[in-house]
Design a protein around this ligand. Structure first.
Ligand SMILES: Nc1nc2c(ncn2[C@@H]2O[C@H](COP(=O)(O)OP(=O)(O)OP(=O)(O)O)[C@@H](O)[C@H]2O)c(=O)[nH]1
Ligand SMILES: [Mg+2]
Ligand SMILES: [Zn+2]
Length: 299
């Protein structure tokens, strides 16, 4: 018998709101006993197998995940739209780099979205070039959007098609404004997310997938802003810097911190301007913070 497969759209204690992958039918389901005793928690975003047992929908199995996050608790995210604004507020490179680490560690496609591009003037020119040259090598998609003047919002919309996407970024960069652009005219639900995200920032903990088109969802959660790196060991951090990959340091397992440029190929690349020095400096600070946390934990 062919198995019924559904996506978990939201959950409320032990009731799950599911959407059948094929028919798009929505219904509530409960967990089968033996799935419950299984240590793995069902997350919003999970795909699950289910059965209908005398009028009750029952989840029988969690299917394989592409990824899962703890904060926010969600599975199978495809895209993270790392939202920044060219001004008001200025670009937070610390947050940008941390969220890129999250993406590369969790197999999430990063989409860097520099919003409020309508406000750009001569003074922003150099920074725009800087972002293109440094981050263009790391990230396949960099958009310069304006939610106000509808610049590149259609491009953003296309990238989200058929995927589960989440927005991250500091307060005021324009996440809600962009999200409201993604809904075609009469989609009221999206207008609600915009409002909800604002008011729910300190109150809502539960995660919900909002459908904006067929098989296309936005995760409604405040959990991606002011993000801190977790679940990554200091010695693994370098793996999530694509520009560090084509190197051969003379010192095996080099973390590119303490070795000099005579040994460390990354240090040489920085001196030659092949690797951005500011991004490297932030790498060192993240590394040191993780190292300090590990020392504290294992003491
Ligand atoms: N000029 C300009 N202003 C924008 C643009 N996008 C958003 N804004 C304005 O920036 C302010 C913040 O936008 P929001 O969409 O609320 O930002 P947010 O990221 O959702 O902020 P939080 O909900 O606090 O996290 C609002 O006054 C918007 O009107 C844009 O593309 N250009
Ligand atoms: Mg908002
Ligand atoms: Zn090195």
């Amino acid at each position: 018998m062919e198995q019924n497969v559904a996506r978990v759209i939201s959950k409320n204690v032990d009731r799950y709101n599911l959407e059948d992958i094929k028919t798009n039918e929505m219904f509530f389901a409960i967990l089968k006993g033996n799935v419950k005793s299984n240590k793995r928690n069902i997350l919003v975003g999970d795909t699950v197998a289910y059965e209908k047992i005398s009028d009750v929908y029952v989840i029988t199995k969690i299917l394989e995940r592409k990824n899962s996050l703890i904060r926010p608790a969600v599975a199978n995210i495809d895209n993270l739209i790392i939202t920044l604004s060219i001004k008001d507020p200025v670009i937070d490179y610390n947050l940008l780099d941390k969220e890129l680490i999250l993406c590369f560690a969790s197999k999430i496609e990063p989409i860097i979205c520099i919003n409020k591009i309508d406000l750009k003037d001569e003074t922003n020119k150099a920074e725009i070039e800087y972002i293109k040259s440094v981050y263009g090598k790391i990230c396949n998609n960099i958009l310069f959007t304006s939610a106000k003047d509808d610049i590149q919002t259609d491009k953003l919309c296309k990238l989200l098609k058929g995927k589960i996407s989440a927005f991250s970024g500091n307060s005021g960069v324009g996440k809600s404004s962009l999200i409201s652009k993604l809904s075609s005219n009469d989609n009221l639900e999206i207008g609600d997310i915009a409002k909800k995200t604002k008011k729910g920032r300190h109150t809502t903990k539960s995660v919900t997938l909002y459908k904006i088109a067929k098989d296309t969802y936005i995760v409604d959660t405040p959990g991606f802003s002011s993000y801190e790196i977790y679940n990554i060991e200091a010695c693994d951090l370098k793996k999530y810097y694509p520009e560090f990959h084509n190197n051969d340091c003379d010192f095996d397992d080099c973390n590119h911190i303490n070795e000099g440029s005579n040994v460390c190929a990354i240090k040489r690349d920085i001196d030659k301007n092949i690797i951005d020095r500011a991004r490297y400096t932030r790498y060192v600070s993240f590394y040191n913070k993780l190292k300090a946390e590990e020392m504290y934990k294992y003491k």
